[in-house]
Design a protein around this ligand. Structure first.
Ligand SMILES: [Zn+2]
Length: 279
């Protein structure tokens, strides 16, 4: 499931391949992917625009649309909004060659394309989302959109003290609190487990019981784990060998002490942890 680092990777992918290009045609291949906008309006708002900038908070990606047509100049354009749901990713095709970011499935490039953005130079950007939990839409103002959803600060840019204070103001078990997007935006199930493993904190520990050292560790590991993943283009295989992420599967063993990992549903999410070194 795409979390903050994956969406940051998608943002950079758009920046690298599609920014500044004029969209001449938009194809909606599955209308269920659209959020609150009919396909005709979605298409009409985007065709003829250049992709002129990107903005990400948490797992939400926005792409600025700039009219190129003189007739449309001066008209405020909405932003293209993309949410990658469970299985979403992007690919870019130029001269018959398809590039997929590390997270995507390059073996079946056309299987789950939901929206295709075609550029003037015959290249195109595809939005894939097999499970259809993701969304594409139009947003007038990203800041308003995020505020209406009570989204907290981005996990990669939030500063240490506000993060710790926000954490301390929450009640309950640490794992669900980390997943609460109004606390910080962008931590999902996999990276929450990783942060807790690296800090040796049991996912069911109450926030109120965490020590100052635990809180400091969680901040440091949040930044480290997310930034390390962004740095390898979300290719999880390249993450350090002592990461839980490599063994986060049935019968997986702790990278430290080889104990069989415990798998338990916590806060409604499947959680992996080491019953020996996390307490
Ligand atoms: Zn262990």
């Amino acid at each position: 499931m795409p979390e903050l680092p994956e969406v940051e990777t998608f943002k950079r992918f758009v920046g690298c391949h599609a920014l500044g290009k004029k969209i001449c045609k938009v194809q909606v291949l599955h209308a269920k992917i659209l959020e609150g906008v009919p396909a005709e309006r979605f298409i009409a708002a985007i065709e003829g625009c250049c992709l002129s900038g990107t903005l990400r908070r948490g797992k939400h990606l926005f792409v600025a649309l700039e009219p190129v047509n003189a007739r449309q100049k001066g008209v405020a354009k909405p932003w293209l909004y993309l949410h990658f749901g469970m299985t979403g990713y992007l690919s870019y095709t130029e001269q018959g060659k398809t590039m997929v970011n590390a997270y995507g499935d390059s073996s079946r490039p056309d299987a789950h394309v939901r929206v295709r953005f075609c550029f003037e130079d015959d290249s195109y950007l595809d939005f894939h989302e097999q499970r259809l939990f993701g969304k594409a839409g139009l947003v007038d103002n990203p800041q308003d959109y995020l505020e209406n959803r009570h989204l907290g600060p981005d996990a990669l840019t939030v500063e240490r003290q506000p993060f710790i204070e926000s954490l301390q103001s929450r009640k309950g078990q640490i794992k669900p609190v980390l997943l609460n997007q109004s606390m910080v935006a962008g931590i999902g199930n996999v990276y929450a487990d990783e942060m807790l493993f690296q800090c040796r904190i049991h996912p069911e520990r109450r926030v109120a019981e965490l020590t100052e050292a635990d809180l400091q560790c969680l901040y440091a590991q949040m930044v480290d784990v997310l930034q390390n993943t962004v740095d390898v283009g979300s290719d999880r295989a390249q993450l350090p060998p002592y990461y839980l992420i490599h063994v986060r599967e049935k019968k997986g063993r702790c990278p430290r002490d080889k104990t069989l990992l415990t798998v338990k549903t916590i806060g409604g999410r499947t959680t992996y942890f080491c019953p020996v070194c996390q307490h």
